[in-house]
Design a protein around this ligand. Structure first.
Ligand code: 5GP
Ligand code: ZN
Length: 113
């Protein structure tokens, strides 16, 4: 979607601190962290929110949760973390491209930068 902030981040048109990407998803640090570790995992495909999951894209959501578990391990969030997805205006969603916030307590200097 041409006029979407997170589509632009996926396309590299807007810089981000990337943690991970594969053919289906992209993970990067939140620009305004609300926890010592705060990153976002988003589908590369534009899906507006968790309210727009369909038979066609549901596998991407499961895949994202597998990626979240792997990244949490890599970042040593061994004592747990929160996964949050806001839906719509009343749910506090400000960017209309589905994203999963991952919030953890451990602060690591990895990946560098
Ligand atoms: P929401 O409120 O929609 O659930 O979350 C949107 C998140 O995206 C917020 O936590 C906000 O800090 C983050 N965000 C907004 N613009 C940018 C940006 O340009 N780069 C990065 N890395 N995060 C952003
Ligand atoms: Zn988008």
């Amino acid at each position: 979607m041409s006029d979407c902030l997170f589509c632009k981040i996926v396309a590299g048109e807007i810089p981000s601190k990337k943690i991970y990407e594969d053919d289906k998803c992209y993970a990067f640090y939140d620009i305004d962290p609300k926890a010592p570790v705060h990153f976002l995992v988003i589908p590369k495909e534009h899906i507006e929110s968790a309210a727009k999951v369909t038979d066609d894209n549901e596998k991407t959501v499961g895949h994202i949760f597998k990626v979240i578990a792997k990244l949490a391990e890599d970042l040593e969030l061994t004592d747990g973390y929160r996964v949050v997805t806001n839906v719509g205006k009343d749910g506090g969603q400000t960017v209309p491209h589905m994203h999963f916030h991952v919030l953890g307590k451990r602060s690591l200097a990895w990946p560098p930068g």
